[in-house]
Structure formats: C-alpha cells, structure tokens
Design a protein around this ligand. Structure first.
Ligand SMILES: [Ca+2]
Ligand SMILES: [Ca+2]
Ligand SMILES: [Ca+2]
Length: 227
C-alpha cells in the first residue's frame, strides 16, 4: 500500500513539475488587432478577413470584405511581393522548443500531385547575423521544410530546438512572381506560438513538490508509529 501511495505522489509531483516546465515564450494571435513588433510592407496587414482563429489574422490580400470567406485578392495589376517581419524573440536554452502556427495560402498554381506554384509563400527564420533558414514553403521541398498545401488551413508544428539559446526572427514572405493570375484570396497567418520546457522550476511547483515530500514523510511516520 505504501509503495502505491509513494508511486502516486511521485507521479503527481512529476506531473506538476512537467506542467510547470511547459511554457509559452511567444504568442501572437492578432486578436488585439495589432501585429505587435512586426514590420509590415506591401499588402501585409492585420485583417478580419478569413482568420484561422478568433476574429483577426495577418493577411497578404487587398480589397477584402470582412467576413469568414477568403475573398479579396492580391491583383494590383503588377508583380506583388512582400515580407512581414516578426519581432526578434529570445529562445531560452531549453531541451525542446516548438513553433506552431496556422497558414492558409490560395494563389496561382497548377493542378496535379506536384503542382507548379507561381504565387508562393515561404516562412523563414533569421538569426542575428541575417542568415536565413527556410522553415515552411508552398513550393520548395526538402528536409526540415514543412510543406504548405494550397486552399486549406495548414496547422504547422516546427521544431526550433536547434535554435535554443539564440535570438530569432520569423519572416512571412509572399511573392506573386509575375503580374498575371493574381486574382486569388492570398495568404493568412494566425495563432503563432512558441513553447518550451524550462530548466528552472517555478516557486509554486517547488512548494507543491515540497509539500508532497512532507506528506510522504508523514505517511512514513504514521506507519512506523503504528508498528
Ligand atoms: Ca497582437
Ligand atoms: Ca486570430
Ligand atoms: Ca500570379
């Protein structure tokens, strides 16, 4: 019986410990109507048109009617391209760091198993030296590059553990490449989150861990007293 109680308490402590260690270090869902810390250019803006979560998203599109359908387009009559640069984010030295976000892209592309994409979206990561890593793409395949499929919401999960302990910047890049076939609903990015485990336990979980150990000591004491 004592072993069972002990195991239960240990499981509880580990559970609390684990929860306390899973932390959000960055979150942007655009629900305050502001892309905080972003540098936006070209057609990139916070939009109420077709958010992937809540009421607002980041979009590369123009002439929208606010609503839940992907209307509007990026047809300005010329080649359009632009990058939305997010803020620099300091990643802690943690054993696991994960980026999750939603991406919707609807641009000019051919049909088939391996389509040609004339209107392309790419997600890049920049380090402080300006070196870039391609994290996700509509049009480029490769190891470590998450595919983005057209005309559907892509819920991406990207491992950033490689960049633990460094400052990074995420960059959301759209390029029509040409001036034709641009009457499409464009791109939406939403619910960008970076989570990590931390190596330093929070005071609250230490307190719980401490009281758990005291509880164990109490059980031990009572058992001995009765025997
Ligand atoms: Ca915001
Ligand atoms: Ca949102
Ligand atoms: Ca085009």
């Amino acid at each position: 019986m004592r072993k069972i109680v002990l195991l239960f308490c240990l499981a509880l402590c580990v559970g609390i410990w684990g929860q306390a260690h899973a932390g959000t270090i960055y979150m942007e869902d655009f629900e305050d109507g502001v892309a905080d810390g972003f540098t936006l250019n070209s057609l990139w803006h916070v939009t109420q048109n077709y958010p992937l979560g809540g009421s607002y998203a980041l979009g590369f599109v123009q002439g929208e009617t606010a609503g839940s359908t992907p209307n509007g387009n990026f047809d300005t009559g010329a080649t359009v391209f632009g990058t939305a640069y997010g803020p620099f984010i300091s990643l802690p030295s943690a054993p696991a760091i994960t980026l999750t976000l939603g991406v919707y892209n609807n641009g000019e592309h051919s049909a088939g198993t391996y389509p040609t994409y004339w209107d392309q979206f790419n997600l890049y990561l920049y380090d402080v030296t300006g070196a870039s890593t391609l994290l996700a793409s509509t049009s480029q395949q490769g190891v470590g590059i998450a595919p983005i499929y057209e005309e559907m919401i892509n819920n991406l999960t990207i491992n950033l553990t490689l960049f633990a302990g460094t400052d990074i910047q995420l960059a959301y890049s759209f390029n029509s490449g040409d001036s034709i076939g641009n009457g499409y609903p464009g791109t939406r990015v939403d619910t960008i989150s970076i989570t990590t485990g931390t190596v330093v336990p929070e005071p609250a979980s230490l307190l719980l861990l401490g009281s758990g150990l005291l509880g164990l000591a109490g059980i031990n004491f009572r058992k001995k007293g009765r025997g």
